[in-house]
Design a protein around this ligand. Structure first.
Ligand code: NAD
Ligand code: UGA
Length: 486
């Protein structure tokens, strides 16, 4: 079979049906009814969830998009051959976690899944002639020069059609969507970046990819650039975002000492157009599956280029983030005179931010881990995050520890805020869900142990109101209310 379809419809193949593969394929399919989109994943359970016509995670607005194209021109399958057959654009959307062992452990990206996908494509074409050149697209976030690695995997694979080696190109097309607002980011992206080689095949495929974006988002700004530039742009963007959050969090500490409100400080500083007001919210530290991982990948890249000072500079952004999570847990322990043993602590929100069910690298993991070390019980409420997913992420985040039965049993998930706060000694608000702004804290206060503490690590509630209700209230980036010790 060949990469040319008889029916005139272009076929796009997405490898990986997770957040990026699932979201981007659904978006493109809903906007391009005259093309076909196949999503392949090795995880059969995940594919079966998609095939029940439901989004397997929480992302506002995605179900409606899925309804427009599911099983019309968007198909989910665990059958590789079916997915790959007749494809022209192959988007690699698999995860690229931080290496947990060996050289580069704790910093370098592990791209074995991206390599495996490229090998799968090469194997598929080892017995088929390519008539129309194919694009292998890095949608996963990868370090600069990964394109060379993938190119050599494809070029040097065994094939009965050696001419195939001249009929492909590796393109870089990093994804910039943020979870929770992904539909907005897909429908009106700030820009799309396409990195390609200068040869004619690469340029033609790059134009074809740009055309897919143009038909999906009329007037979209496409930046065409070299492949290394595009790869580096993605790491750099995430590292710059991480840097803003760590800057805000470092200033939050200064604010708490001075009794200055960090939200007001951010408004003053962010109103300078050169700085900008977005992405300056102090909080419990940045989480999610990408900022930390990509920042660390940049640290590793700098080291591997012999740029130790550069590596140290970016490493400091990570250190500040680790400090933020630790210092929140320490603050809680200190307020209880170093004794949390047997006490119930409520965690409101374990997702890494609001409007997502995703708990990957959530700051709640480290905060809970430090607190559990003190012997307390944790009662969680989160409107969307599920216990199974959280516990899996919790376990995978542990480096030199294991998830024991004891720890497992000391984390319970409750169905409501009221249940999670019942008999609790302290509330730690970790995720900024809107529901927490509408809660009747007077009632919650009544059911808690006295005196109850309230640690608002997102600074979304009125500290003085909480204080009036009777909480010993702490707002991150402002500190405790004066009435704390009354
Ligand atoms: P994810 O873990 O949600 O999904 C990855 C999927 O790939 C999994 O379902 C897994 O089963 C599948 N997979 C792994 N190896 C495979 C193989 N050989 N063949 C087929 N399927 C395979 O990951 P994600 O959050 O979608 O992230 C994917 C990439 O996109 C990462 O590099 C990430 O840094 C980047 N990214 C993520 C986001 C985000 O918001 N999550 C945004 C932009 C970029
Ligand atoms: C981030 C980037 O914003 C996306 O552009 C990028 O595509 C994505 O990473 C990726 O590469 O995966 P995401 O991780 O979904 O998106 O979420 P963000 O909204 O960026 O938030 C990351 C973390 O920073 C969250 O824990 C959030 O609470 C925290 N944050 C963000 C703050 O503490 N303060 C802020 O002002 C902004």
């Amino acid at each position: 079979m060949e990469a040319e379809r008889q029916d005139g419809r272009t076929k796009y193949v997405f490898i990986g049906a997770g957040w990026v593969g699932g979201l981007t394929s659904t978006f493109f399919a809903s906007r391009n009814p005259n093309s076909d989109f196949f999503v392949y994943d090795i995880n059969k359970e995940l594919i079966s969830k998609w095939n029940q016509h439901t989004v397997p995670f929480f992302e506002e607005g995605l179900q409606e998009m899925l309804d427009q194209c599911f099983n019309k021109n968007l198909f989910f399958t665990d059958d590789k051959e079916r997915a790959f057959e007749g494809g022209q654009y192959y988007f690699i959307c698999v995860h690229t976690p931080t290496k947990s062992k060996g050289i580069g452990k704790g910093e370098m990206q592990d791209i074995k899944f991206v390599e495996a996908c490229t090998r799968d494509i090469a194997t598929f074409y080892s017995t088929r002639s390519i008539t129309k050149p194919i694009a292998i697209i890095e949608k996963s976030t990868v370090s600069p020069r990964t394109c060379d690695n993938l190119s050599s995997i494809f070029r040097e694979a065994q094939t009965t059609f050696p001419e195939n080696r001249q009929k492909f190109s590796i393109l870089s097309n990093p994804e910039f969507l943020a979870e929770g607002v992904a539909v907005r980011d897909l429908t009106s992206p700030d820009r799309v970046i396409i990195g390609a080689g200068s040869d004619p095949i690469s340029q033609t495929l790059s134009s074809g990819l740009a055309a897919l974006y143009a038909s999906s988002v009329p007037g979209v700004r496409v930046i065409n650039t070299a492949t290394y530039t595009s790869e580096l742009a993605k790491l750099a963007a995430n590292a710059m975002l991480a840097q803003r959050v760590s800057s805000a969090n470092s200033l939050a500490l200064v604010c708490e000492r001075l009794g200055v409100d960090v939200t007001q400080l951010a408004a003053c500083v962010g109103s300078d157009a050169r700085i900008g007001e977005r992405y300056l919210a102090a909080g419990p530290g940045f989480g999610g599956s990408c900022l930390e991982k990509d920042l660390l990948a940049l640290v590793y890249l700098a080291k591997s280029l012999g740029l130790d000072e550069v590596a140290e500079y970016w490493r400091a952004v990570y250190t500040m983030n680790q400090h933020q999570k630790r210092r929140i847990a320490e603050l809680v322990v200190r307020e209880f005179y170093g004794n949390l043993s047997g006490k119930k602590i409520t965690i409101l929100g374990v997702a890494f931010k609001k409007n997502t069910s995703d708990c990957r690298s959530s700051p709640s993991i480290d905060i809970i881990r430090y607190l559990l070390d003190e012997g307390c019980l944790i009662q969680v409420y989160d409107p969307q995050a599920k216990r199974d997913h959280f516990m899996r992420e919790y376990a995978s985040y542990l480096v030199d520890e294991i998830l024991t039965e004891d720890i497992f049993s000391r984390i319970t998930f409750e169905k409501s805020i009221a249940e999670a706060c019942q008999d609790s000694h302290a509330i730690i608000l970790v995720t900024e869900w809107d529901e927490f702004k509408q809660t009747d804290w007077v009632n919650v206060h009544k059911s808690m142990q006295k005196p109850p503490y309230f640690f608002d690590t997102r600074g979304i509630l009125d500290r003085d109101e909480l204080s009036k209700i009777g909480f010993k209230a702490f707002k991150l980036g402002l500190g405790f209310s004066e009435s704390k010790h009354n």
